[in-house]
Design a protein around this ligand. Sequence first.
Ligand code: ATP
Length: 479
Amino acid sequence: MIQPLDTSSSTLSSSSSSSSSLIDSNTCTITTIKQKLETEMQCLSWSFPCSFTSKTCFISSLNNTSIHSHSSSLSISPITSQHQLLTLQHICKHHVPQHILQRVEEVGYITPTEIQRQALPVLFSGRDCILHAQTGSGKTLAYLLLIFSVINTQRSAVQALIVVPTRELGMQVAKVARLLADKSCTIMALLDGGTLKRQKTWLKAEPPTIIVGTLGSLCQMLEKHMIKLESMRVLIVDEVDFMFNSSNQVSSLRKLLISYSSINNRQTIFASASIPQHRRFLYDCIQQKWTKSDVVHIHANPIQPMPARLEHRFLICSRSEKHSALLSLLQSDTPQSAIIFVNEQSEKSKKAGNAPATTVVIDALKNSHQGSHEVLLLEEKLNFNSRAASFAELRQGGSYLLVATDIAGRGVDLPDTTHIYNFDLPKDAVHYLHRAGRTGRKPFSESKCVVTSLITSEERFVLQRYENELLFVCKELFL
Ligand SMILES: Nc1ncnc2c1ncn2[C@@H]1O[C@H](COP(=O)(O)OP(=O)(O)OP(=O)(O)O)[C@@H](O)[C@H]1O
């Protein structure tokens, strides 16, 4: 049975002086919980003995918070008035050191995004969490603030580990962490393609406080006992669904979760904008002992998987017309910056001796595009130095047209990207969601960003399927 909340000690405002709670089988609405904003955001919880079918709700004790609990999932619906006034300072006070919070403000993070507002109190409570929220919604800052709340920089030991699927995402996360951390907090990026010799020397000399790593490099170091995880307090797995779906990464990830460390000694956080079959995933987390049994699934905006300010369009053309169609679109759209997604070359096409689509698109842009954009390429088969150079150039700003495979589809944060072009249709709805999510990455901006898919008439029904799955509408475009 669900235990009613005891709200007697909370005070928020005089208008909420009478406490009551209304709970039904799937929706828990706390209509009134009083609490002074000055006191830290306290978390109240109730839970059934844990099995997948049990209900576990975890509630941030905010006024007028509505929590929809489905098994161990919860989503807290948007709140008005006082909650919109809550700053990251309010939420993080007493958890995150003041000098980090000051830095957070200096960087420009004042108001929490929806997932930050919902997740931070739960994260600070020490519960394992699955952070499930739209692309560009600020999941990185949420988990970094948790890390800063638990690490002790006086200790010389690895205390937090962030696992990412690609080198590019790792570089980006390490950069944000360094931007916020003080000098006493050492952050090591242990990424595929890095200089292992230098990293080994560093690890021998002094363990970093935080490691951001890709699984390949991490497991190499763990196998050689170059990294010890006995002091690790937080383990983050970013883009978790991607890693569990990747045949290259899944076995290393399982090892990391079960053999190299234990759920009892760490807080485990999984993050992604897409957790397909999240109830099944939650079940697996508990059964497989990837997380503790009271893990919480926090789902922000569950009925809107993609940011609302994305405008989706499609253009029907034959394969041979695609290059000219893309050039025309660029001319008429005049994007500030854009990413053009191309599928990886198939084995069949390689065997037939065809040039990869990335090369063909790059050549077309270099030869015929009229704009002043820098044309850049990012794909798996580039060597790591070229990938790093492309990525560094992108992050310096300026206008760019990035031609990329799905390697740029996950996590990469280039907030100046105003347009996405699917030169090739993504292989499924999840890929569509992540590609589209490379634009619209300024959380509080209202400006429209555009996602355009160039499709053949036969592909229309596939795109329609994505629309149904992701609950969006794609408008036809005519040149
Ligand atoms: N509270 C905030 N206020 C303003 N900007 C923010 C805030 N939190 C995050 N951002 C910015 O939002 C952008 C997206 O954040 P982030 O990369 O963490 O998204 P994400 O949720 O991890 O997305 P994805 O699922 O695509 O990886 C970043 O440019 C970040 O600087």
